[in-house]
Design a protein around this ligand. Sequence first.
Ligand code: MG
Length: 203
Amino acid sequence: MQLPIDIETVKGFLDAEEGAALYQSALKAAPLGPLLEVGSYCGKSAVYVGTAARDAGSVLFTIDHHRGSEEMQPGWEHHDPSTWDVRAGSMDSLPFLRDTLRRARLEEVVVPVVGRSSTVARVWRTPLAFLFIDGGHAMAEAEADYRGWTPHVMPGGTLAIHDVFPDPKDGGRPPYEIYRMALTSGAFVETGAKKSLRLLRRV
Ligand code: MG
């Protein structure tokens, strides 16, 4: 894996080993169809998955409203004051995403979709080879992402979920809950894991 950008210059919470696992998994799935990510933030994971899309001749859609999820708001653990848009009186991570994609020369491969993921999921019709859920970590949002997007994963396609912490001491539960939902649904089997990343395949 040769990333087209110094990944340390991109804000975000995906670690390098998780990123490498994400790349390998996306690369394997990408010949089957398009890839989609929920939760772009500043584009760190979009670089890993987008590079896989580029290497396989596919395309990545990355969805975010860019106003920040709960844990990124002022006063919360993951807030970054440089993402604050004074005029809007809210966060705006879209300029950072665009800067990342431009510097990584991935603008022809990665398509940012700006809006609420549940809104886009309702009208989406294209089967996905690869779905990465890394959006809001509140239960309502994680569950909406799970219910809205997983039906679009094609048989043989991959579902990746970030921030899965089996032990509640390590982090919030909703990503773990939707990972459990995927397994108990019988529609997915686990194929790999790296730190808090889980990889599943649609049967
Ligand atoms: Mg994450």
